[in-house]
Write a protein that binds this ligand. Structure first.
Ligand SMILES: [Zn+2]
Ligand SMILES: [Zn+2]
Length: 239
């Protein structure tokens, strides 16, 4: 991925339909895994559950929780990806002590991020993702649309910062050339104190905390090379 991570990129942030399958061979697995390392046995293999296959690169599924699906033993949710497809996200962590934390963060409208996600057929015929590795999972407290919009804002902010005082962007309140950024998120550009104050009341007061979380995540996603797999890149502060 050239430059900063683009959350709208469907290669690195694929929807469910583009994920590799975890239990059967198809062409799409070649795109994600180096199949020369461990060849398929008896025509089938497991991919991410035990990490026996070496990924070729990194990818992350982004999906918004649209329905809480209470289940007695583990958290399970209906989620929706960028294409609108609704599917199951079922938590299968070995460490069940993490489930209360998951349940607390996984509220309606929040977004689950899953590194190295794979497509799973559940026993009852439903499709979705099985989440087995805690450090691959991060739950963000806002929806997919907000994540994408704030991701765009962060990318513009970083791409246009040239080390000089002048910003190449326009004020998000009035469209005039911007001269400063919000000092809390270091992302939102403004032409003047007046625009910043009115935009704070109008919407940035709500957006700023979201922008800070997205900016923080974008920075850690920006630290590794999405195109080549050297080491496993999970979330430092997972779940
Ligand atoms: Zn302005
Ligand atoms: Zn801000």
């Amino acid at each position: 991925m050239p430059g900063l991570p683009d959350l709208r990129d469907r290669i690195f942030f694929p929807p469910l339909s583009r994920l590799p399958h975890d239990t059967r061979f198809s062409q799409s697995e070649c795109e994600y895994y180096d199949l020369s390392v461990i060849p398929p046995m008896n025509g089938t293999f497991l991919s991410t559950p035990d990490m026996t296959l070496r990924p070729r690169r990194h990818w992350c599924l982004l999906a918004e929780i649209v329905e809480l699906d209470f289940w007695p033993f583990r958290p399970m949710y209906k989620v929706k990806d960028v294409t609108g497809q609704i599917f199951l996200a079922a938590f299968h962590f070995d460490d069940r002590a993490l489930f209360p934390k998951v349940a607390k963060k996984a509220v309606l409208g929040s977004t689950i991020c899953v590194m190295y996600a794979s497509f799973h057929y559940f026993a009852d015929g439903q499709v979705g993702v099985r989440l087995e590795e805690p450090r691959n999972v991060k739950i963000l407290p806002f929806g997919l649309d907000e994540l994408a919009a704030m991701g765009d804002l962060c990318r513009r902010a970083w791409n246009t910062d040239t080390g000089t005082k002048a910003l190449a962007e326009s004020c998000i309140a009035c469209g005039k050339p911007a001269a400063k950024r919000c000092s809390l998120c270091s992302v939102a550009p403004y032409c003047s104190k007046e625009c910043q104050t009115s935009d704070w009341k109008a919407k940035h007061k709500k957006e700023c905390p979201i922008t800070r979380i997205v900016s923080h995540q974008m920075r850690s996603w920006n630290e590794f090379d999405w195109d080549s797999y050297v080491v496993h890149e999970g979330f430092e502060d997972f779940i």
